[in-house]
Design a binder for this molecule. Sequence first.
Ligand SMILES: NC(=O)c1ccc[n+]([C@@H]2O[C@H](COP(=O)([O-])OP(=O)(O)OC[C@H]3O[C@@H](n4cnc5c(N)ncnc54)[C@H](OP(=O)(O)O)[C@@H]3O)[C@@H](O)[C@H]2O)c1
Length: 316
Amino acid sequence: MLSLRNKRIWVAGHQGLVGQALARALPATGASVLTVPRSELDLRNQQATRHWLQQHNPDMVIVAAATVGGIGDNQVRPADFLYDNLMIEANIIHEAAQLGVEKLLFLGSSCIYPREAAQPIAPAALLSGPLEPTNEAYALAKIAGVRLVQSYARQYGCRFITAMPCNLYGPGDRFDLARSHVIPALILKMHQARLRQQAQLELWGTGQPLREFLYVDDLAAACLRLLQIYEGDAPVNIGSSLEISIAALAKQVAVTVGYQGAISFNPAHPDGTPRKILDSTVMRGLGWQPSVPLGQGLALTYEWFCNHQAEARLVA
Ligand SMILES: NC(=O)c1ccc[n+]([C@@H]2O[C@H](COP(=O)([O-])OP(=O)(O)OC[C@H]3O[C@@H](n4cnc5c(N)ncnc54)[C@H](OP(=O)(O)O)[C@@H]3O)[C@@H](O)[C@H]2O)c1
């Protein structure tokens, strides 16, 4: 087991949902967290990324910086999703290899598996079929990242690994109706509907897709475990192994937020992949399991949102 004690670990993207959770979790391992705000380092810039890495010389790197968003955002900005993510991951992975960092963890995503992959989805399903069209640009970039990690490990012996989380949520998320994922979007819409005493709320899609959600602090714990004990070539899936339909999720969010109006679905908008649940057998075998159930996680997220609206990247 690789000890993280006294390691200097750079969390790239520390201001994001995952990055904040990693920065919360790392100090308990004895590691120190290196960070740099986006305003000081644009990770799409290779020279600036190289310069920052050479100056700060981290022992380990976690790549949690990315251009990330929901279905609508993916459809409107495919060029940004493809270009930004290719540049960010190529710059960090290449420069970390040049510098000889001891270990690197890259964050992939369950979105990058084929649309019709057999469920629960095993890592071997990667590149076995056509991608979900609504997030193809993002998926292509992330697949390139997974392959970069594997290639630097194979060619140069780098201890670089990939984690593939399911849908995440929690404190620090982006509450932006144009850009956010389903849970923060539902929380924001229902919070506003409650304040406006709206009798009716329309949501995108049919409500029927099945999704798997994980509280972000559980993901952070899994990532630290991987840094400590995982050396394999295959990406490691990280999920709660619990499925819920978007319609049932909407009802649970309504209860959490206290919205009592009617909820309807508009099937004219896309659903995305019909079903997406990960086979997280390998991660469970490494001694990790989630600790925050969905109801508790939603309550903690809503509490954070109510208390931190200035930091919630809120755009209604
Ligand atoms: N959220 C999920 O449900 C989920 C699920 C599976 C996998 N993941 C993966 O987890 C990782 C983190 O996701 P997240 O949800 O934490 O996303 P996030 O909240 O959007 O955080 C990403 C962070 O990266 C920063 N960033 C983006 N472009 C940058 C650039 N060019 N230079 C410097 N910083 C930049 C962002 O800054 P700004 O805030 O200024 O844009 C943000 O702080 C991603 O790789 C994602 O694919 C997320």
